[in-house]
Design a protein around this ligand. Structure first.
Ligand code: CP
Ligand code: NVA
Length: 315
């Protein structure tokens, strides 16, 4: 039996098997190749998808919009001032109304609970476009970029440097543990991940022959890294914490000296973007020959398209 994701929501990679994750990455690679050759198969013809954004976005919004349009669907953007989600109307009611009109719903916002409630009550596939806890579509784009670069995922050493308890680190830890990578978090102790999620991921890693390590010594952490990844020091909604994060995270800046500390010349640099140059990463590293950040950004579109096609399309 092949993988069949029809009708499924995409809320967190915890819900997906390694085989299903690999399938989505490979489907995205295929869709990218077809688009480059001018082949548009319109797997989502006559579908309508709602794109709910409580937080701002460049890549995710554009990826859903372009991905939907390429496949023949109509995307409708619903910004935070356009609808009453959770204020004058319960999330459950909005979910049921949107589910009567739309074939799929993307949600970006604060609470993971909201995206889960949308999935429970709408009756249509719901896709997580980022919450405070998770960012699963980004991880698919990151894995696609790694696979394009190295040809495989399993066994690679993936070092995440910076805020070890944010949505990006959580999502990458889940994904790497599922796919058998060696995931190392280099973070100050105050920003270590939640113990419960760590334990869950350690269980996944046992199955996949991957591993999880959390350490505060960044120079030790990056030794032998195949991939160095970082993210902003203060995520959306945490802007008031920037000053304290600068204090905590300045030693964790990804700069040329840190890239050299891997001891490897072919380590790649990754960042989900947007990046704040001069803070979590220097301009030189972001623009340097080891950086693949714009491939990652492009791959957001191909992977998000793959998620929509697999869960909603006529594949
Ligand atoms: N990486 C990412 O999610 O970017 P946006 O915030 O621009 O969507
Ligand atoms: N951790 C970042 C990711 C942005 C794509 C944020 O939540 O702002």
């Amino acid at each position: 039996m092949g993988v069949n994701l029809k009708g499924r929501s995409f809320l967190t990679l915890k819900d997906y098997t390694p085989e299903e994750i690999e399938y989505l990455v490979d489907l995205a690679i295929e869709l990218k190749e077809k688009k480059k050759r001018g082949i548009f198969e319109k797997h989502l013809l006559n579908k309508n998808v709602a794109l709910i954004f409580e937080k701002p976005s460049t890549r995710t919004r554009c990826a859903f919009t372009v991905g939907a349009a390429d496949e023949g669907a109509h995307p409708e953007y619903l910004g935070k001032n356009d609808i009453q989600l959770g204020h004058k109307e319960t999330v459950e009611d909005t979910a049921r109304v949107l589910g009567r009109m739309f074939d799929g719903i993307e949600f970006r916002g604060f609470s993971q609970q909201t995206v889960e409630t949308l999935a429970k009550y709408s009756g249509v596939p719901v896709w997580n476009g980022l919450t405070d806890e998770d960012h699963p579509t980004q991880v698919l784009a990151d894995f696609m970029t790694i696979k394009e670069h190295f040809g495989y995922l399993k066994g690679l050493t993936f070092v995440y440097v910076g805020d070890g308890r944010n949505n990006m680190s959580n999502a990458l830890m889940i994904g790497c543990a599922k796919m058998g990578l060696h995931y190392v978090i280099a973070a100050p102790e105050a920003l270590y991940p939640e113990e419960e999620l760590l334990n869950t991921c350690r269980e996944y890693a046992k199955e996949s022959q991957g591993s999880i390590q959390v350490i505060s010594d960044v120079k030790v952490a990056v030794k032998n890294a195949d991939i160095i990844y970082t993210d902003v020091w203060a995520s959306m909604g945490e802007e008031d914490k920037m000053q304290e994060r600068v204090q905590l995270l300045s030693p964790y800046q990804v700069n040329e000296a840190l890239m050299e500390a891997t001891g490897k010349a072919d380590t790649i640099f990754m960042h989900c973007l947007p990046a704040v140059r001069g803070y979590e990463v220097t301009h030189e590293v972001l623009e340097g020959s080891q950086s693949v950040v714009f491939d990652e950004a492009e791959n957001r579109m191909h992977t998000i398209k793959a998620v929509m096609v697999a869960t909603l399309g006529d594949l």
